[in-house]
Design a protein around this ligand. Structure first.
Ligand code: ZN
Length: 192
């Protein structure tokens, strides 16, 4: 796992870190780990997540391993700018549920001197790049790709396998309808 040593941190400017991967790859856990460390260092941290995600808790970001931090629920990513004035470190979870305004917002925050840490699904259930993650990966200084373990064969996995048939790109759920699969074992569920 990549970590950012204090001596390699940029000075007098902000920057963008992206944590990208499939479901069950530990993205949120890694986000929480970085934000906790910043909090321990007495930095002022704010955490945001999209209102769409009600899986575990209405106002905390929670990983599948049940680690949690208090967060602010927002529908419009531009609202991050309203709540971030006093903060040094901004965390954003489930970035794939925000629109492309997130690119402008993250650049603005980093240009204003803040450390911006964004976690999100980089591919949808078909293995297609999930906007705005590709754009965020392009503008970030630091990128971490988290891998899960394929439920079928044990290979490193970077695909989210949907276990139900649905034409919708977004179906909110956890291990009831998704599992991690490698490239070899991943398939798109279709009516037969
Ligand atoms: Zn596999």
């Amino acid at each position: 796992m990549m970590d950012i040593a204090p001596h390699s941190m940029p000075k007098e400017t902000g920057w963008i870190e992206i944590i990208a991967g499939c479901m069950f790859s530990g993205k949120t856990e890694e986000l929480i780990r970085r934000l906790r460390r910043a909090t321990i260092a007495k930095q002022r941290v704010k955490i945001f997540k999209p209102k769409i995600d009600n899986r575990y808790s209405s106002s905390d970001i929670v990983s599948h391993s049940e680690q949690s931090l208090p967060s602010i629920l927002i529908e419009d990513i531009n609202d991050v700018l309203k709540y971030s004035n006093e903060s040094n470190v901004i965390g954003i979870d489930e970035a794939q549920f925000f629109n492309n305004d997130i690119i402008k917002v993250c650049n603005k925050l980093a240009n204003d001197g803040k450390r911006v840490i964004v976690a999100g699904l980089d591919q949808d259930y078909q293995g297609i790049p999930f906007e705005p993650m590709p754009q965020l990966l392009a503008i970030a200084e630091y990128i971490t790709k988290t891998l899960a373990i394929c439920v079928n064969c044990g290979n490193p996995a970077d695909k989210t396998q949907r276990k139900i048939i649905s034409p919708e790109r977004v179906v909110v759920g956890a291990s009831d309808i998704y599992e991690a699969r490698c490239r070899k074992c991943h398939y798109i569920p279709e009516e037969s």
